[in-house]
Design a protein around this ligand. Sequence first.
Ligand SMILES: [Zn+2]
Length: 154
Amino acid sequence: MDKKLFDWLIQDLENLTDEIGDKNSRRLNISQLIRVINRLNSFSEDCEECMKNLLEISTLIKELMDQHGQLEKQELKEHHSKVNNSISHLQKKHKLVAEGTYLSIYLSIGMSLGLVFGMLIYDNLSMGLSLGMGIGVAIGAGLDANAKKKGLTI
Ligand SMILES: [Zn+2]
């Protein structure tokens, strides 16, 4: 993508964040949007799909700016689903992981295993559960940190 256009998108989003405040920015997940744009931009020279997603997101941002970040419930849903499309492309095609992905995966694995072991071995559900959660969090957070270190986090 044209470097100027890209800078302008980021600039727009930063201005919007200032304008609408932290709470609304989190609702729109603008910091994630900026990371997604960065990633799409870095692949867009070699990947048509990334280019396409990037253009789609730039339209999305234009709408956001026009409405000063005030999206109706339905619009918000569409907004997130478009951003999620880009994220799933980045995950599948470019092997990136969303922040906290491993944590949520291993937390739920840990919880289910913890329940089973708690029941079978300790005869103590809550102990098994907290043990499982502890292990799940430790593994998941470790893998997330590792992905981040390798620059694979969106
Ligand atoms: Zn791509």
